[in-house]
Design a protein around this ligand. Structure first.
Ligand SMILES: NC(=O)c1ccc[n+]([C@@H]2O[C@H](COP(=O)([O-])OP(=O)(O)OC[C@H]3O[C@@H](n4cnc5c(N)ncnc54)[C@H](O)[C@@H]3O)[C@@H](O)[C@H]2O)c1
Length: 566
C-alpha cells in the first residue's frame, strides 16, 4: 500500500532547498502550499502576502498606484530574499515566474513546481477574490490568454503537476509523489537504496491537455488516491476480461463503488479476437442498455486488448466519454495504456479501425502483475527493450544487467523499467501525438514484421503481440544492417539479449497452424497501416539508441530477410 508518509520522509531527507510553487492564479498554490509546509514541518511563504506586509498596501493598490513593473520589481527582491531561507515552501504569484531574472533565480536555487489545472477549474476558483488582472474582460478568455503566454515559462519548472479536479489534500499527495519521483531520478545509487519504491506519478502532455500516470503498488485498492474528484459520483462502466475479472476486477469494483454513483461491469473473452467489430458493437450496446450518459466514465481493466477496445468504445460512444486505463499486463502498462491509440482489428489487418483518444488517467498497479503468466511477462518485455533500441542506449545496457531480475518478478527493477518506458512513450507522444511528424512512428520498430506474423498466426494465442515484436525487432535489426546502417555486432547484441532471456527471435520459433510463406508475410505487410504510396516502410536502427524511418524498402531484400528466419 502507498504510504504518503514515505514520500514526505524522502522529500525531507533529500531536498535541502525551498520548493517554489508556480502557476496560474486560482490553481491553489497558497492552499496546497500551506498543506505541504505543515506536512513537511517547513515554513510557508506567500510572495504576495510578503509584499503586502513589506509595503503596507494591497496588491490591487500597488498595481493601480505604482503599476505592474513596480510590483514585479518588489516581487523579484522578495523572492530573492525568500530563496535564501533554506527548505521552505514558497507560493509565487502567477506572473512572478515570467520575469526572466526571477525565473532564473528560482530555477537555480529551489525546486520549481508548476501547479497546472484546466481553465474551467481556474475560472471557478477565481470567482471570488481580489484579482487585478481579472477585473477587465471575460475571466475565461483572460485566463486562457495569460496561460498561453506564460506556459513557456511555467514549462521550465523542474516538476509539472496536474490538478484535474482534486481536493487540496489530494493535490498535496500528488505533488509529494511527483517531487519524490523527480528526486529519485536524480539520486545517486546509494541514495536510491533508501527510497521506498511504492508509488509515483508523472504527467503526459498532449496537444490540448495533460493527464497523470500513476505507477505503484496497491493503487487499485486505493482509488481515492488517484481518481480525480470531478470524476467521482458518476456512473462507471468497467470493461474487463474473464481472466482479469476474478483476479483483479471483482475487488476493484468493491473499492470503486463507494466513490461512484453506480458501477457496471462487462466481462469479455480474453485474447486478440476480442478486438473485433462484433465485440465492439456488444460493448456499445451494453453501455446504451445500462444508461450511459455524457458524463459516464469508462474504465478499462485488463491488458492491451481490453484497453484498445474499451478506449475505442469510450471514444465513440456519445462522441466520447471520460476514460481511465487500468492496465494489468506488463505490455499494457509499459506501452498500450499510454498515448491514446485505440483500435480494433479487421479479419486481415490489425488495429486498422481506430482513433487517437487520450485517457483521463492511467493507473499502473504493479501488484496486478503477480498473477501474470511468464509468457505474458516476456511478451511485455519486448516492448520495453524497444524503448532502449529506438532511443536510449544506456537503458538497453541497463536491461542487459537487470532484465533477468525483472523477469523473475523483482518489483523494484520492474517499477524502474515501467517508469522509464512510460517516460519515453510520454515524451514521444508529447512531440507527435497523432503520428504526423514521424517521431511517434519510431515506436513501431519491429512492428511491420510483427503485424504480418500476427495476421498469419491468426490472433488466436499462437503468437502473442510482444512475441511477434521480439522477432520483428531482430528482423528489423538485420534489415538495418543490410541497408548499411547497423553494425553486425549490434545486431548480435540485440539477438543475444532477447534470446538469452527466452524470447522468440526467429520466424521458425512460431508454430503456425498452416505453413506460412514469404509471400504470405509480404502481402500482409502491404495491408499494414504503415505502408503508403512509397511502398514498404520500416523503422530502422542507425545504431542502438538511434532510429529512423525508411520508405520504399526493396521487397526482395525484405523477402530474403524473412527467408533467413523461416
Ligand atoms: N494502443 C497501443 O498503443 C498499443 C500498443 C501496443 C500493443 N497494443 C495492443 O495490445 C494488445 C496486446 O496486449 P496484451 O499483451 O496486454 O494482451 P491481452 O490484453 O490479450 O492480455 C494477455 C493475456 O493476459 C491475461 N491477463 C491480463 N492481465 C492479467 C493479470 N494481471 N494476471 C493474469 N492474466 C492476465 C489476459 O486475460 C490475456 O489472456 C494487442 O492487441 C496490441 O495490438 C496496443
Amino acid at each position: 500500500m502507498i504510504e504518503i508518509e514515505h514520500c514526505q520522509e524522502d522529500v525531507k531527507k533529500l531536498l535541502e532547498r525551498p520548493i517554489v510553487l508556480v502557476g496560474m492564479m486560482g490553481v491553489g498554490k497558497t492552499t496546497v502550499g500551506r498543506l505541504l509546509a505543515s506536512r513537511l514541518g517547513w515554513a510557508f511563504y506567500d510572495t504576495d502576502d510578503e509584499i503586502v506586509r513589506l509595503v503596507g498596501k494591497s496588491i490591487s493598490d500597488i498595481f493601480s498606484e505604482d503599476g505592474e513593473p513596480a510590483f514585479r520589481e518588489l516581487e523579484r527582491t522578495t523572492i530573492k530574499h525568500l530563496l535564501s531561507q533554506g527548505p521552505c515552501i514558497i507560493s509565487c504569484g502567477g506572473g512572478g515566474f515570467t520575469v526572466p531574472e526571477t525565473t532564473q533565480a528560482i530555477k537555480e536555487r529551489s525546486l520549481a513546481l508548476w501547479m497546472d489545472a484546466p481553465i474551467h477549474l481556474l475560472v471557478d476558483r477565481t470567482k471570488s477574490g481580489d484579482r487585478p488582472l481579472l477585473k477587465h474582460g471575460n475571466p475565461e478568455d483572460v485566463l486562457q490568454n495569460l496561460l498561453d503566454r506564460r506556459r513557456v515559462y511555467y514549462a521550465q519548472a523542474h516538476v509539472h503537476v496536474l490538478d484535474d479536479g482534486l481536493t487540496p489534500d489530494e493535490m498535496a499527495n500528488r505533488v509529494l509523489l511527483q517531487i519524490r519521483e523527480y528526486l529519485y531520478d536524480r539520486a545517486s545509487d546509494q541514495e536510491k537504496e533508501s527510497f521506498v519504491p511504492d508509488a509515483m506519478c508523472m504527467t503526459v502532455t498532449v496537444t490540448d491537455r495533460s493527464y497523470p500516470i500513476f505507477i505503484g503498488s496497491g493503487l487499485i485498492k486505493q482509488p481515492e488516491l488517484w481518481l480525480a474528484h470531478e470524476l467521482q459520483g458518476r456512473d462507471a462502466f468497467i470493461i474487463t476480461d474473464y481472466n482479469v475479472r476474478e483476479r483483479i476486477t471483482d475487488s476493484f469494483v468493491k473499492t470503486l463503488k463507494p466513490l461512484m454513483k453506480s458501477v457496471s461491469m462487462m466481462e469479455l473473452a480474453p485474447g486478440e479476437q476480442t478486438k473485433s467489430f462484433e465485440r465492439y458493437q456488444a460493448v456499445l450496446e451494453w453501455m446504451i442498455d445500462n444508461g450511459v450518459k455524457r458524463d459516464s466514465v469508462v474504465f478499462a481493466v485488463g491488458g492491451g486488448v481490453i484497453g484498445d477496445l474499451a478506449g475505442f468504445a469510450a471514444a465513440t460512444i456519445m462522441r466520447g466519454v471520460d476514460f481511465i486505463q487500468v492496465p494489468t499486463t506488463l505490455l499494457s502498462q509499459v506501452d498500450s495504456s499510454v498515448g491514446g491509440k485505440a483500435a480494433i482489428n479487421s479479419k486481415s489487418a490489425k488495429n486498422i479501425v481506430g482513433t487517437f483518444y487520450q485517457p483521463r488517467t492511467v493507473v499502473i498497479d504493479l501488484d496486478t502483475l503477480m498473477t501474470l503468466p511468464r509468457r505474458e511477462w516476456l511478451s511485455g518485455y519486448a516492448e520495453i527493450v524497444k524503448y532502449g533500441l529506438i532511443g536510449d542506449e544506456a537503458f538497453f545496457e541497463w536491461l542487459g544487467e537487470n532484465g533477468a531480475l525483472m523477469l523473475d518478478g523483482n518489483l523494484s527493477q520492474t517499477m524502474r523499467a515501467i517508469e522509464t518506458g512510460c517516460h519515453k512513450k510520454a515524451e514521444i507522444v508529447a512531440k507527435d501525438e497523432k503520428e504526423k511528424s514521424g517521431e511517434r512512428a519510431l515506436l513501431n520498430f519491429g512492428h511491420t514484421f510483427a503485424h504480418a506474423l500476427e495476421a498469419n498466426a491468426g490472433y488466436d494465442g499462437t503468437l502473442l503481440h510482444g512475441e511477434a515484436v521480439s522477432i520483428g525487432m531482430v528482423l528489423a535489426a538485420r534489415l538495418s544492417q543490410r541497408l548499411g546502417y547497423l553494425a553486425q555486432d549490434d545486431v548480435d547484441k540485440i539477438y543475444n539479449h532477447l534470446h538469452f532471456l527466452g524470447l522468440k527471435t526467429e520466424i521458425r520459433d512460431v508454430e503456425f497452424k498452416t505453413p506460412v510463406t514469404v509471400n504470405d508475410l509480404i502481402s500482409a505487410m502491404k495491408k499494414d497501416k504503415k505502408t503508403d504510396v512509397h511502398g514498404l516502410k520500416f523503422v530502422v536502427l542507425k545504431r542502438i539508441g538511434v532510429a529512423d524511418l525508411e520508405s520504399s524498402v526493396d521487397e526482395a531484400l525484405v523477402a530474403s530477410i524473412l527467408e533467413g528466419s523461416m
